[in-house]
Design a protein around this ligand. Structure first.
Ligand code: IFM
Length: 391
């Protein structure tokens, strides 16, 4: 068995818009209504986790997991500029308390890809009031987060800076362009927002504060080392370096891609590509964690905040995750300071315009909302309880 350090957190992750349902007041909902012609599906009721969050958390608690990552929905908390909903803050406070009651450490993401319509209408992250508006929202969010131990300000800024204006990409039916680089201006705005928000969270809560970076596990092709370094900086290291001032960094990893003279090489079609069209690369997590450790020099603890596979074959999910966890244990043995592993995702959820790619440890009937645990949920629960994965 490969063991993990004492106190290692084991859990799964979700995000509000992907599971809650009826987030009528955010940019994604609006997009979903207009982009149907391009094959974009609506989130609709999603998984009704807005009402069924206890049932979701219970699935983890019953199997001995110790953490649940979820996000706050900004458009519910601040439906109009400067008008904060005490009732919605109360809702998320109840989620925190429910997690605790069930023995789960709540790991809270303040911003996971969506924002209120009023923010969108003003130009979103390119609006010159964006950072101040975000900080105001964060201050209000902190009124319910005082005792949370792990807080993520912004999820995957490096992906948000590619897909936001995600509107543009999704409208073209391509939510995850496989070779695009972040928009520099949006990326810089997100960095400014994180840098402004993190001290506020630190002042108002007892939490470790950080953000999560989508790690690409890029590899250089022969002769293209310079291009590789340039691309790796623009898509990843620029965002990782921001974490030097933080209490932890979230590593999110799914696949790996080479870089050639033209940049990132899109995944070639292959029979074993995942339902996202991504290469099957369970070794990506090890590469991502080692790279993050190298960039940050070992001073910033790592939390694996997302790792998983879109597949309709649950045995494949278990095989993928087994390799990823073995590589993770090896990276820890070699010196990486990793504090926990959160699988993406707890549930088969709304994959940003698409219901096809199923990442969940649990399937959900989208008419009855019945949760149907897959064998991988029990399997990962056993790993969590043993704090070790079989070799
Ligand atoms: O579903 C997304 C999540 O919202 C952010 N990270 C990647 C996941 C899989 O694409």
């Amino acid at each position: 068995m490969s063991s993990f350090p004492d106190g290692f957190l084991w859990g799964a992750a979700t995000a509000a818009h992907q599971v809650e349902g009826n987030n009528l007041n955010n940019d994604w909902w609006r997009l979903e209504q207009v982009a149907a012609d391009y094959g974009v599906q609506p989130s609709g009721d999603a998984l009704d986790s807005y009402h069924r969050y206890r049932e979701d958390m219970q699935l983890l608690s019953d199997r001995g997991f110790t953490a649940y990552r979820f996000s706050l929905e900004w458009s519910r908390i601040e439906p109009l500029p400067g008008k904060f909903s005490r009732a919605e803050l109360g809702h998320y406070r109840r989620m925190i308390e429910t997690a605790r009651e069930l023995g789960l450490d709540p790991i809270v993401t303040i911003h996971h890809f969506t924002h209120p319509l009023w923010f969108d209408d003003r130009g979103a992250w390119l609006w010159d009031g964006a950072v101040d508006a975000f900080v105001q929202y964060v201050e209000q969010a902190c009124t319910i987060l005082h005792d949370v131990r792990w807080i993520i300000t912004i999820n995957e800024p490096n992906v948000l800076a590619i897909t936001h204006g995600g509107q543009r990409q999704v409208a073209m039916g391509n939510p995850y362009p496989q070779n695009a680089l972040p928009d520099q201006e949006i990326g810089d705005a997100l960095i400014a927002a994180h840098r402004a928000a993190a001290p506020v969270v630190r002042r108002l809560t007892d939490a470790k504060v950080g953000w999560t970076v989508a790690n690409q596990a890029l590899t250089a092709t022969s002769g293209n080392e310079e291009k590789f370094a340039e691309v790796q900086y623009l898509i990843e290291d620029k965002y990782l370096e921001v974490s030097r001032d933080d209490d932890f960094v979230g590593v999110q990893s799914y696949t790996s891609q080479p870089v050639d003279a033209d940049g990132i090489v899109p995944h070639p079609p292959a029979d074993d590509n995942t339902l996202m069209g991504w290469a099957y690369r369970p070794d990506a997590l090890g590469i991502a964690v080692r790279h993050t450790h190298d960039v940050l020099g070992g001073d910033v603890p790592i939390l694996v905040t997302e790792n998983g596979i879109a597949t309709d074959d649950d045995e494949r999910r278990i095989a993928y995750t087994t390799t990823a966890l073995r590589d993770l244990a090896a990276a820890i043995a070699d010196g990486a300071d990793v504090r926990g592993y959160l699988h993406w995702s707890l549930l088969d959820n709304f994959e940003w315009g698409h219901w096809g790619p199923t990442f969940g440890l649990v399937a959900v009937d989208r008419e009855s909302f019945e949760r149907r645990p897959k064998p991988s949920l029990d399997w990962l629960g056993t790993v969590a309880r043993r704090n070790a994965v079989e070799d």
